[in-house]
Design a protein around this ligand. Structure first.
Ligand SMILES: NC(=O)c1ccc[n+]([C@@H]2O[C@H](COP(=O)([O-])OP(=O)(O)OC[C@H]3O[C@@H](n4cnc5c(N)ncnc54)[C@H](OP(=O)(O)O)[C@@H]3O)[C@@H](O)[C@H]2O)c1
Length: 451
């Protein structure tokens, strides 16, 4: 049938094609839009890498780009550890189950690591590092981000840092630096890659060494993207310095550094954070977003298309041989426009200062937590407090007496032995040597006498 139509159109002219006037009128516009859409979908990754047995920690793997990336890696057999705000979430349970089913991969797990809290990041990292022998880790993929819409008041993390800077920069800095020993301990022939999502808005960011986290800057709710851009710029400069420090680290086996940390700009995507940003977090905004959807559809990528540069950063083999700290966009290594990317002194200063700031913030938040605990304690009724104290005391006593628990001190050992002695027979010595006339003690005496 289509062949007939084409044949007739060639022989008798295009007018015989059904609906020709419409095709003539709108065809070029539709074709033009299709071409624009094709252009804005961006480049597609053409590299492949065997993912079986590889282990990746992923932040932001529950939505947008991150969820597409996780699907792609899990389908190819990688083990995925999703870092999520909370694991007590029915939706998350369903999400992981679905992912396991659709990718036919049961090695997908979720661990709590709320990037809104440095304490939560430390708890996750400590748990990971506590594994003996160290766990396999092929990379950390940082896709999580907070992008606040215009018009909202300043929001902060648990430590009181502006939320976008706190989550996008500080928490990822903390996570990667804490997990650095787990990355360094991987065998020298393993291709370990850390990939961090950045954004073009980093060109709007600002570095102020006097006020690195913008703690004293007045938050401009009409320009939240300046804070977002700063978080991404700081993250990029951190990546450069982290790579330098990894390269300088001397491995025990003297092999060269096998860790590469690169930045990926996925381009504008139709993801939940874009929707939230464009709709300004309002119902009216959401309505407008839906009405204008054809525009977003044409000009913005689907997260599947956005993740292509991420896959490129993970799979392109030559990146393992290149210097790290590269910026990748549209499946190509590009040169960042910001001059700060060439300033190694500034990068080192930012790295060190951030480390100090994190230490300070963590100390402050530990004090706050303790205070809060005491406050909560004092709010409880007297009977409840007495009951809890009694239970705590009993639990401690039980632990002290438990002979299966390794004693922490000589006193505890004494107490355990005393308890053991009592439980056998109050006046019976614990060791046979100490019983006068016992066979072992008399044997010893005899051998001593012989000598
Ligand atoms: N969208 C774009 O147009 C665009 C453009 C350039 C760059 N990027 C970058 O690309 C990356 C992915 O963007 P996207 O738009 O696909 O993101 P998205 O769909 O908005 O997803 C953000 C992810 O971050 C997680 N997250 C947020 N706060 C968290 C916290 N406190 N603890 C743990 N996880 C948290 C979210 O978890 P929940 O599911 O729990 O919310 C979610 O999985 C981001 O780094 C973004 O900056 C995006």
């Amino acid at each position: 049938m289509p062949v007939d139509i084409i044949h007739n159109a060639v022989v008798n002219g295009p007018e015989i094609i059904p609906g020709w006037p419409y095709i003539k009128a709108y065809g070029p516009a539709v074709l033009g839009l299709a071409a624009i859409k094709y252009y804005f979908r961006g480049s597609m990754n053409t590299w492949e890498r065997d993912m079986h047995g590889k282990v990746y920690i992923v932040t932001g793997g529950t939505s947008g780009l991150g969820s597409e990336l996780v699907k792609e890696l899990a389908t190819r057999g990688a083990q995925i550890i999703l870092l999520v705000r909370t694991i007590e979430d029915n939706w998350l349970e369903e999400y992981v189950d679905d992912l396991r089913e659709t990718t036919n991969n049961f090695m997908i797990y979720a661990e709590q690591c709320d990037l809104n809290s440095l304490y939560s990041v430390r708890k996750f990292a400590t748990k990971w590092l506590d594994n003996q022998p160290p766990r396999r880790l092929d990379g950390i993929l940082c896709c999580a981000a907070e992008c606040l819409p215009v018009g909202k008041t300043r929001q902060v993390t648990e430590e009181g840092v502006e939320r976008q800077i706190g989550i996008n920069y500080l928490a990822h800095y903390h996570l990667i630096t804490l997990l650095a020993p787990a990355l360094r301990v991987q065998p020298g022939d393993r291709d370990v890659r850390v990939v961090m999502a950045t954004c073009s808005s980093q060109s709007l960011g600002e570095v102020d060494l006097e006020d690195l986290l913008f703690e004293n800057k007045r938050y401009n709710k009409n320009k939240p993207y300046l804070w977002y851009g700063t978080s991404k710029l700081l993250m990029g400069l951190f990546a450069k310095e982290f790579q330098k420090r990894c390269d300088e680290y001397e491995r025990k086996d003297k092999l060269p550094c096998n860790i590469k940390i690169n930045l990926v700009n996925p381009g504008m995507m139709r993801s939940p954070s874009t929707r939230r940003f464009l709709s300004m977090g309002t119902i009216w905004g959401l309505l407008l977003y839906v009405l204008l959807f054809p525009i977003w559809y044409i000009f913005f990528k689907h997260p599947y298309e956005g993740q292509q540069s991420f896959l490129f950063a993970l799979w392109a083999p030559f990146l393992a041989k290149m210097d790290g700290g590269q910026m990748i966009s549209e499946c190509k290594v590009i040169r960042p426009s910001r001059k700060e990317f060439k300033d190694t002194e500034l990068q080192a200063a930012i790295f060190d200062q951030t480390e100090e700031l994190i230490t300070k913030l963590e100390k402050q938040s530990a004090i706050e937590r303790k205070k809060q605990e005491k406050k909560n304690e004092s709010k409880k009724p007297k009977e409840q407090r007495l009951q809890e104290a009694k239970e705590k005391h009993l639990a401690q006593l039980k632990k002290k007496q438990d002979i299966h628990e390794i004693p922490a001190s000589v006193e505890e050992l004494d107490s355990k032995l005393g308890y053991l002695r009592q439980s056998i027979q109050p006046d019976m010595p614990l060791f046979p040597e100490s019983v006068p006339g016992s066979s072992t003690s008399s044997k010893k005496k005899k051998s001593k006498a012989k000598k």
